[in-house]
Design a binder for this molecule. Structure first.
Ligand code: FES
Ligand code: FE2
Length: 331
C-alpha cells in the first residue's frame, strides 16, 4: 500500500512519538510500528533503550521475533547478535577472528524515555518531547496506563481531544450528562508549557464512579479546565476542581499508519495518594472508551484542507490545530 502524504511526511519524522509504555520493553524485543514503518525496541545491558528498524541487515528477518539475553538481541534466523546502540557483536557462522561486516550494525533511531513512555524520533529531532513541567513536582503523582491500539487516524483523535462539543453526546455514560450542549465562545491563547488552546468551565456529572477522580461527593461538580495542543499530535487537558485538586492529562495519539494509532494517557494529580492509581484512572479509561467507540466509526484521515469539513465556532481549537499542523507538513 502506498503511504498517504501525511504518513510519509518528512516533517512528522522530525518529532518524537510515543510508541510504547516504558514497562512494555523490559527486556524486549518489543515490536512497534510508527508512520507505516516497523521497529524493534529492546533494553541493552545498562537498561538503555535501543530502537532500530525491525529488519535484520543479513536477510531481513524481523528482529522482534528474536530473543534478548543479557541486553543483546539475537536474530531468530541465523542468530546474529546485536548489543548496545545496535552494534553487531557476533555472527555465529563466522570464525571468532573475523571482524563483522561494517554494514552488519543496525541503523538505530533515536529513542527516549519520558513520563513512563517510550518516545521515538525517526528523523532529526526538530523539537523536544512535549513539556510536562508537573512531572517534576513532588506534590503530584504520575499514573500511567496501557498503550492501546485504536482503529482510527491519529488526526481524528487530536480533533476529538480538542473538542468539547461532543461531551453531552458521546460521554453520556460518564461525565457528559449534566452539560448543556451550548459551547461558550472559545478564546484561543498560548497556555503554559508551549501548548496553545483555551480555558473553559464545565459542569460535570459526578456519579459514584467519578468521585474518586473528582475528590468530591457532590452530584455535580464545577471544573475549570484548559485544553491545548503541542504540535504535531500531543494534547494536554488540565482540570482544577473547587477543592484545589488538580488532574492533568496528557493525551497521546501516534500514527501507526493512516488509519491505526497508539493511544494512551498519563495523569498527574496532587491528591493524597491514598487511593490506588488504577482506581483513580478507571473513570478516565471509561471516558476514553466512549471516544474510541465513536472515533472508530469514522473512516480515513481527517481532511486537512479548511474547506474539506464544515466547522463552527465550537471547533475553533481544532481548526487552529489543523491549520498549524497542515502548515507544518508543508515544511
Ligand atoms: S536474517 Fe538475521 S541473522 Fe540472518
Ligand atoms: Fe471525548
Amino acid at each position: 500500500m502506498t503511504k498517504s502524504d501525511l504518513i510519509s511526511s518528512v516533517a512528522l519524522r522530525s518529532y518524537w512519538h510515543v510508541v510504547a509504555g516504558a514497562d512494555d520493553v523490559a527486556p524486549g524485543p518489543h515490536p512497534v510500528r510508527l508512520l507505516g514503518d516497523d521497529y524493534v525496541l529492546w533494553r541493552d545491558q545498562d537498561g538503555s533503550l535501543v530502537a532500530a528498524p525491525d529488519r535484520c541487515p543479513h536477510r531481513e528477518a524481523p528482529l522482534s521475533k528474536g530473543t534478548v539475553t543479557d541486553g543483546c538481541l539475537s536474530c531468530p534466523y541465523h542468530g546474529w547478535v546485536f548489543g548496545a546502540e545496535g552494534r553487531c557483536r557476533e555472527v555465529p557462522s563466522a570464525d571468532d577472528g573475523v571482524p563483522v561486516p561494517p554494514k552488519a550494525h543496525l541503523s538505530t533511531v533515536r529513542v527516549e524515555e519520558a513520563y513512563g513512555l517510550v518516545w521515538v524520533c525517526p528523523g532529526e529531532p526538530g523539537a523536544p518531547i512535549p513539556e510536562m513541567a508537573v512531572d517534576g513536582d513532588p506534590s503530584f503523582r504520575r499514573i500511567n496506563t496501557e498503550v492501546k491500539i485504536w482503529h482510527v487516524a491519529s488526526t481524528r483523535m487530536v480533533d476529538n481531544f480538542l473538542d468539547i462539543s461532543h461531551f453531552p453526546f458521546v460521554h453520556t455514560g460518564t461525565f457528559g450528562g449534566a452539560q448543556p450542549p451550548l459551547v461558550p465562545p472559545i478564546e484561543l491563547e498560548d497556555l503554559d508549557g508551549g501548548y496553545h488552546g483555551y480555558r473553559y468551565e464545565v459542569v460535570a456529572k459526578n456519579p459514584e464512579e467519578a468521585q474518586i477522580t473528582s475528590g468530591s461527593s457532590e452530584a455535580v461538580v464545577g471544573r475549570v479546565m484548559s485544553t491545548g495542543f503541542c504540535l504535531p499530535l500531543t494534547v494536554r487537558s488540565t482540570v482544577a476542581y473547587d477543592t484545589g485538586l488538580q488532574h492533568i492529562l496528557l493525551l497521546v495519539s501516534t500514527p501507526i499508519d493512516e488509519v491505526t494509532s497508539y493511544f494512551t494517557f498519563v495523569v498527574w494529580r496532587n491528591d493524597d495518594f491514598d487511593v490506588p492509581g488504577d482506581e483513580v484512572i478507571e473513570f478516565d479509561k471509561a471516558i476514553g472508551e466512549e471516544d474510541r467507540v465513536m472515533l472508530e466509526r469514522l473512516s480515513g484521515e481527517l481532511p486537512m484542507t479548511q474547506t474539506g469539513l464544515v466547522s463552527v465556532q465550537a471547533d475553533k481549537a481544532s481548526v487552529e490545530w489543523r491549520r498549524r499542523f497542515a502548515a507544518m507538513l508543508e515544511v
